[in-house]
Design a protein around this ligand. Sequence first.
Ligand SMILES: CC(=O)[C@@H](O)[C@H](O)COP(=O)(O)O
Ligand SMILES: NCC(=O)COP(=O)(O)O
Length: 243
Amino acid sequence: MAELLLGINIDHIATVRNARGTSYPDPVQAAFISEQAGADGITVHLREDRRHITDRDVRILRDTIQTRMNLEMAVTDEMIAIACEVKPQFVCLVPEKREEVTTEGGLDVAGQQEKINAAVQQLSRAGILVSLFIDAEERQIEAAVTSGAPYIEIHTGAYAEAAEGLERDAELARIRHAATFAASRGLKVNAGHGLTYHNVLPIAALPEMHELNIGHAIIGRAVFSGLAEAVKEMKQLLREARR
Ligand SMILES: CC(=O)[C@@H](O)[C@H](O)COP(=O)(O)O
Ligand SMILES: NCC(=O)COP(=O)(O)O
């Protein structure tokens, strides 16, 4: 079976940075370390309200990412103009609501087919590979095929939030069916949102999966794998100050 690719979402580094308005921790450094550790791509979501990733991040990352940039964005004229100028290797079109804490559902491609078709065409003409972030539904997959986008990313949020047992099994079955159906219709299939060290295995085992985009759980874990070292470094500095 082909290797399953891992895209790292580094938005959450920018969230910590922006909470204080500091220049650290820098998502540019996060992208570099992720790539050194084996990431196959870097995902950033330039939200309309710029709550985490900023325009500056996107521009610097476009120059510094060695693998490939996957720019998640809403389907707006502003975002399409930015993407056509920056030219990331991939754009993933996502739904966006100002007041949401995180992306709540998939993009309704079927309900706004002409708008999505136009966006896919414009981005494709700029040489960008387009992915559509959709729920695991045949209707949305058919609409994605119609749009001409070569990729979909299946929103795994409902799976991640489902209670372990029957509820989660049902969500997994929906995703499994969607992945098989989408692949049979010629789409490349990615997935992501809310995937963790505890729930990723059944999704990763689906043979049609091409790439998983994972951020929050990895950044959350990185805090603890690095915390002891960070405390030791500060303690060392304090000791040096009193020598
Ligand atoms: C579009 C998506 O899947 C989200 O995971 C996003 O990339 C993460 O950013 P937010 O936490 O702002 O939703
Ligand atoms: N598109 C999903 C993504 O980029 C990562 O989502 P999360 O792991 O931060 O929930």
